[in-house]
Design a protein around this ligand. Structure first.
Ligand SMILES: *Cc1c(COP(=O)(O)O)cnc(C)c1O
Length: 545
């Protein structure tokens, strides 16, 4: 690490006083500080990645343990320890090199990846304006921009008429959705609304939001509430089960078919069983997933929409990952049926390529969020357009400015190019895996996520036999191989593929440890992916043979 401070000239002690304090609110301390600040901002705005180029950042060069030993300071110093310029130097020279280079085209393991450089500029402007979208009094124009961009994405999903959007786009009393901090909170919001719709106020009962679940159950003669989702459902739904008081055991996992999609027969059976069970059970929602986190597969949304309509069940689509696929003319059909959803989750910080963090939830019915309305006396008075009235969050940043600007800069076609590249590169990658005798494609990519595993040809022959015990022991061996290879590759630090354990459709099937690749970085090419496979093959051969 470069040492940057001239330690020979004695430094004036830093003090916290009104003079320095006011300066920090107005402008950098002096001209030298100003030019350092500009120099660093330039580096940050035009390529902080330069600091991270060589590795994906998970190398064991400096272990997490060693790093953690450097961060054990529990005291807040009374006077300033450092000047702004020195702190920036530290961040760029000491912290950034140890961060994970999620922008590397070799980092294909997670849903966090490179972002267009202009996103950093937009984020900076949002920070500089420091608007608080909880209320008009601290956001004004930003609140109406938010309503505009909500309408744009709502239209992408639901394709309602111009008259519909004219009515609702800036209507103070209705809302097409809301921005949240992430997909987790968006899923929670959707289920919160679904719960409140189910246990709505009725004679003598003020609704579940006011009276709580116990009273709601009594009022409706219900003993238990469930949400049905395939076993590929994101664990945020379980959190929602806990927070909403229905209990996360009641987020019921439905079997998947051999393509990792919800098994419609199992779903129908589960619904029937619940309806016939002696314990009176409310089905608050069925969740369809448009791009599961583990395998990127899309549930049969049309079919789910029909089933929900027949049974009068709230249909939620978790499109946290896959939502932006709607911008691709080539692949939007993969999400057909999403327009049947009562609510839809989409993450901004995933395939809208926004910086951390931004989630959104959309509702077909612009009045449904009345079920979660809250007022406060000093803001958010009834009838105001304050966006905080219907939202799980209080204060929050103006993410809509980033998304609205990004949509203008990229155009839906720009996003479509990214989406198409991801899907098509993932397909090519799958072809490459299938060509290699020591690999097995486990879940082919429907969107841009796929899973596979090392499965040495010698073992593939053995597992074909009818011997169940042998099959189990080979699967265990494979799990160990894949765990080890993934870890060693990560620790080498040239590339990163993640790992998960898939419970397959059939109860008899063993849990499979698989490698998981997420292709969203436009710089990730098939050549890079071949190199990643080569590396895995080499690690396997060097370690196990
Ligand atoms: C990522 C993801 C979530 C959770 O979103 P966060 O933004 O990480 O909170 C939920 N569902 C699916 C399908 C996801 O891919």
């Amino acid at each position: 690490m470069m040492k940057k401070q001239n330690t020979i000239t004695p430094k004036k002690a830093l003090v916290a006083d009104w003079t320095t304090l006011t300066r920090t609110f107005i402008k950098p301390e002096d001209d030298a500080a100003r030019s350092t600040l500009i120099k660093y901002m330039e580096q940050i705005l035009f390529g902080l990645q330069d600091f991270l180029k060589k590795h994906v950042g998970f190398t064991e060069e400096v272990s997490l343990l060693d790093l953690s030993k450097k961060f054990t300071d529990i005291r807040i110093s009374k006077n300033p320890e450092k000047k702004l310029t020195d702190v920036l130097t530290d961040l760029i020279e000491d912290i950034a090199p140890h961060a994970v280079n999620v922008a590397s085209p070799y980092f294909v393991g997670h849903m966090t990846s490179a972002i267009p450089f202009f996103m950093v500029h937009l984020k900076t402007i949002v920070a500089a304006l420091n608007q608080n979208v909880v209320k008009i009094e601290t956001s004004k124009v930003v609140s109406v921009v938010e309503k505009q961009v909500l309408a744009k994405i709502h239209r992408l999903i639901y394709r309602k008429s111009d008259a519909f959007y004219n009515e609702h786009i800036q209507s103070p009393s209705t809302t097409l959705g809301c921005f949240t901090e992430n997909g987790t909170l968006s899923n929670l919001t959707a289920l919160w609304v679904a719960r409140n719709v189910f246990f709505a106020p009725k004679n003598g009962f003020d609704g579940v939001e006011k009276e709580g679940l116990q009273t709601a159950y009594k009022a409706y003669g219900i003993q238990r509430s469930v949400v049905l989702v395939s076993r590929r459902g994101h664990y945020s739904l379980n959190k929602a089960g806990g927070i909403l008081g229905i209990g996360n055991h009641n987020i019921v996992a439905v079997d998947v078919d051999e393509n990792s999609r919800i098994h419609i027969g199992s779903l129908n059976r589960t619904i029937k069983e619940i309806k016939n069970s002696r314990e009176k059970t409310a089905i608050l929602a069925v969740v369809g997933i448009a791009g599961t986190t583990e395998t990127g597969t899309v549930d049969p949304l049309l079919k789910l929409g029909e089933i929900c309509a027949e049974n009068s069940i709230h249909f939620h689509v978790d499109a946290a990952w896959g939502g932006p696929t709607l911008m691709s003319e080539k692949y939007s059909h993969l999400l057909s049926g999403i327009e049947l959803a009562n609510s839809v989750t989409i993450d901004g910080h995933k395939q809208f390529y926004m910086p951390m963090s931004c989630g959104m939830v959309y509702f077909k019915d612009p009045e449904i969020m009345d079920q979660v309305i809250y007022h406060a006396h000093y803001v958010n008075r009834p009838g105001s357009v304050d966006l905080g009235i219907k939202s799980p969050s209080g204060s929050r940043e103006a993410n809509s400015l980033i998304l609205d600007s990004a949509l203008k800069i990229m155009g839906s076609q720009g996003y479509a190019l990214l989406i198409d590249h991801g899907i098509e590169t993932a397909r090519e990658f799958a072809g490459e895996i299938e060509k290699r005798p020591d690999f097995q494609l486990v879940t082919p990519p429907e969107l841009n996520i796929l899973t596979y595993r090392l499965f040495p040809a010698s073992l593939q022959k053995q597992i074909l036999g009818p011997d169940v015990e042998q099959a189990i022991s080979i699967n265990e061996k494979l799990n160990k191989i894949n765990r080890t290879v993934q870890r060693l590759q990560r620790e080498t630090g040239n590339s990163f593929v993640s790992r998960t354990t898939l419970k397959m459709g059939n109860h008899l099937e063993q849990d499979k440890v698989v490698l998981r690749a997420v292709i969203m970085n436009p710089m990730t090419t098939i050549e890079i992916l071949r190199k990643i496979l080569d590396e895995q093959e080499n690690i396997y051969k060097n370690t196990f043979t």
